[in-house]
Design a protein around this ligand. Structure first.
Ligand SMILES: [Zn+2]
Length: 274
């Protein structure tokens, strides 16, 4: 099964060097997708459903990935990258509010601002997710990556539509689980979101690296997530009692959760304790 995965990865990378036009490139990507679908039948750790944002997510990508370079921009081969929207990063990739893990980047924008596709690809999924992404779309790119865009006020694309890098795909908004207008942006490999804040300069609208270097370390956040310990606050508990119970200090507990020691704890509230 490992062998089949590597064959797939090779196909994927070999494909990245193709000089096809977008249309035939997307056609070959579709064929690759069909291959993935077939693979998932024999691979229990990969589940597959085009209906979901996480269409294909291995149980632990760190066990199957080896160092690999994925081209993001190669104008000489017709591969372009356009930063989806220019703006300040308001929330990064990782834990926020202590226990909640943010699998993407939030970029500040105004309602109605045009958001564009980062790279050529096919809109795999587009729709409305009231409790999460709001109006969103997922674009599958020929280099094997997927990008996810959320909280649009208006969606400008439909599933199976082919888009070019820089094509408008939605208008900025605050739909879904959002507290103000912003773009929630994710870049994924095999369904697993990546922290791309170091390679995309959103305020200046620039791509800083023309290749994405992936290795098990790119997914180190999964270890942090796995080792995190949470506590649900019960009536009568205080920072002091919870800290004592887990053998940590109140200062550590507060820093981990971004809370002041004077904050009021509510029963049912989640706290990250490790
Ligand atoms: Zn977000």
């Amino acid at each position: 099964m490992q062998g089949r995965f590597w064959l797939l990865l090779l196909l994927l990378l070999g494909w990245g060097h193709a000089t096809d036009t977008t249309k035939s490139a997307v056609a070959s990507f579709r064929a690759l997708y069909a291959g993935l679908e077939k693979l998932s039948e024999s691979l229990p750790r990969v589940w597959w459903d085009r209906q979901w944002v996480s269409a294909c997510r291995p149980k632990d990508i760190r066990t199957i990935i080896q160092p690999v370079r994925i081209p993001l921009e190669k104008p000489e081969e017709g591969l372009y990258f356009v930063v989806p929207v220019k703006g300040v990063l308001t929330s990064g990739f990782g834990f926020r509010r202590g226990w909640q893990f943010h699998f993407g980047l939030d970029i500040d924008l105004k309602v109605g601002d045009t958001v564009v596709a980062a790279m050529d690809g096919e809109v795999r999924l587009a729709g409305y997710d009231p409790g999460g992404y709001g109006y969103f779309c997922v674009i599958a790119h020929p280099n094997g990556l997927e990008t996810v865009y959320g909280h649009f006020s208006r969606l400008l694309v439909a599933p199976e539509q082919l888009v070019k890098a820089g094509d408008p795909i939605g208008l900025g908004g605050s739909t879904g689980r959002s507290t103000g207008p912003h773009l929630h942006f994710e870049m994924r490999f095999m369904g697993e979101p990546l922290d791309v804040s170091a390679i995309i300069d959103f305020p200046n609208g620039q791509l800083l690296e023309r290749e994405l270097h992936l290795s098990p370390e790119s997914f180190a956040h999964l270890s942090t997530l796995q080792s995190a310990v949470y506590h649900v606050v019960r009536r009568g508990e205080s920072f002091y009692s919870i800290a004592r119970r887990y053998g940590v200090t109140v200062r550590y507990l507060c820093a981990l959760n971004g809370l002041s020691p004077r904050a009021v704890l509510r029963p049912g509230q989640y706290l990250r304790v490790k």
